[in-house]
Design a protein around this ligand. Structure first.
Ligand code: GLN
Length: 473
């Protein structure tokens, strides 16, 4: 097996035994990227010299010593670009500091390695909203890798990265992981610092790992979790040992099956694979419980008010003055703002800013934004009630496998509706993971991966990972 396709745990063993060096891993990845990334389009930039020199001095005694990890291009790493997939930041912005997750990865011995593509400012589900390049699904290059962390998922699935970090505001780690056949974990809100992540919707955003195995997801979460004084929403609570209980299985656990997640609109082949995964967990000793999350049907409408509202506020910092793009020869200050934003942002980002500004405007605030906040509370209560009864909840990640590139980019509403199963976890703040549960054959003869979503209570990542490990094929 090539080093580029190995999991973190395997590489750690080989490094410890002295069979390979950290520089060997970088070299194999570099060769794989040169030969295959032109067909995939996962990487936006790569500083091989910096990665090699970090590898040469890596402390192999640390938990992630010598392991390269790709970063979604909205997570700052000092001295590196951070384009957010946008023309706005494509030129003229270099990260002046490390995000907390980046410095924690370094402290755990990992090597921030390469910057991977995303939907512009993480807005999208296909990575087609990147202003910079198309990323293709490694299982079928005519299809999307999912999004917005599509570069992270495609790089890991194509063995062009050992593991990656992504960000998840409404599903952007879980859905591309599902479409690319890898593991993607969205931690609970407050578990991982958002400091240094370019903000999309601050009350929903979380950073998490995309990996080849559940064991690897636990290792990365261990390194990045925990309180950070730089992010006032990060929680000052102890971080458990996420690897300790991984192998304990699901015997005796109660797993909830929410009927609202298996109804209309879900591809029968996806439903069947998810149901088979559920049966395997039952055979492994879990008790299945029918539950209801009745407000899920309002999750899309709620999210597409709250997320654009927060985005319109967060993205006001891109004004042509402080970061990245500045329009040429402005006639006055207003013209500078207006033209920098007009030229710098792509159509989906503009749509979100307009929607968000509208729902926050006086006269509409009560009708939309404050109402959406109330529905958000109802969605959170659904989960709190369900978790009184069950240890974790099992659902599909996405209603269909990866669609074709370009298939419905003209129809934003259709695209928003495909987020139905993932948004609620962000609105409620609990943790959730996507684990591969099989593949569906496409009409062109390729096999398209499908993910099982597991949801667990707020801060119950240890339990989540344990169920995920039991569900892993
Ligand atoms: N697809 C959702 C959106 O477009 C979620 C994106 C994300 O999680 N960053 O907003």
């Amino acid at each position: 097996m090539s080093l580029a396709s190995a999991s973190i745990s395997t590489l750690r063993r080989q490094l410890a035994a002295g069979e390979i060096t950290a520089v060997d891993i970088i070299d194999e990845l570099a060769t794989a990227i040169t030969s295959r990334d032109p067909q995939i389009g996962a990487y936006l930039s790569l500083d091989l010299a910096a990665a090699r020199s970090a590898a040469a001095t890596a402390n192999l005694d640390l938990p992630l010593g010598g392991i390269p990890i790709a970063l979604k291009d909205n997570i700052n790493a000092i001295g590196q670009p951070c384009t957010c997939g946008s023309r706005f930041l494509e030129r003229g912005y270099t990260a002046p500091y490390d995000a907390t997750v980046t410095s924690r990865l370094r402290a755990a011995g990992a090597i921030p390695f390469g910057r991977v593509n995303l939907d512009e400012f993480a807005m999208g589900s296909a990575t087609e909203n990147s202003a910079l390049q198309i990323t293709r699904n490694p299982h079928d290059p005519t299809r999307i890798p999912g999004g917005s962390s599509g570069g992270s998922a495609a790089a890991v699935a194509a063995d062009l990265a050992i593991a990656a970090l992504g960000s998840d505001t409404g599903g952007s780690i879980r859905q591309p992981a599902s479409h690319c056949g890898i593991v993607g974990l969205k931690p609970s809100y407050g578990r991982v610092s958002r400091y240094g992540l370019v903000a999309f919707a601050s009350s929903l955003d979380q950073i998490g790992p995309l990996t080849k195995s559940v064991t690897d997801a636990a290792l990365i979460l261990q390194a990045i979790a925990g309180h950070d004084p730089h992010d006032s929403t990060s929680l000052d609570v102890p971080v458990p040992d996420y690897s300790a209980e991984l192998e304990k299985g699901v015997a005796g656990m109660k797993l909830g099956i929410p009927r609202e997640y298996f109804g209309e609109g879900i591809d029968p082949a996806v439903r069947s694979l998810v149901e088979q995964a559920i049966k395997r967990l039952q055979a492994a000793g879990a008790e299945l419980v029918d539950i209801s999350l009745p407000h899920t049907e309002h999750a899309v409408a709620t999210y597409y008010i709250i997320a654009p509202a927060e985005a319109s506020s967060n993205l006001s910092r891109f004004d042509g003055i402080r970061y990245g793009k500045r329009a040429d020869t402005p006639t006055d200050l207003l013209d500078l703002y207006r033209r920098s934003r007009e030229e710098g942002f792509g159509p989906e980002v503009k749509r979100r800013i307009i929607l968000g500004t509208y729902v926050l405007s006086s006269g509409y605030y009560d009708a939309y934004y404050s109402r959406a906040q109330k529905v958000r509370t109802l969605i959170r209560r659904d989960f709190e009630n369900a978790f009184q009864e069950v240890d974790a909840i099992l659902t599909p990640v996405a209603p269909t496998p990866a669609r074709k590139i370009g298939e419905h980019s003209a129809d934003p509403l259709h695209e928003y509706l495909s987020d139905i199963f993932t948004l609620a976890a962000n609105l409620a703040g609990n943790c959730a993971i996507s684990v591969p549960c099989g593949t569906v054959p496409s009409e062109s003869g390729t096999n398209l991966p499908v993910g099982l979503q597991i949801l667990a209570p707020h801060l119950a990542e240890a339990k989540l990972l344990r169920v995920a490990r039991a569900a892993e094929l």
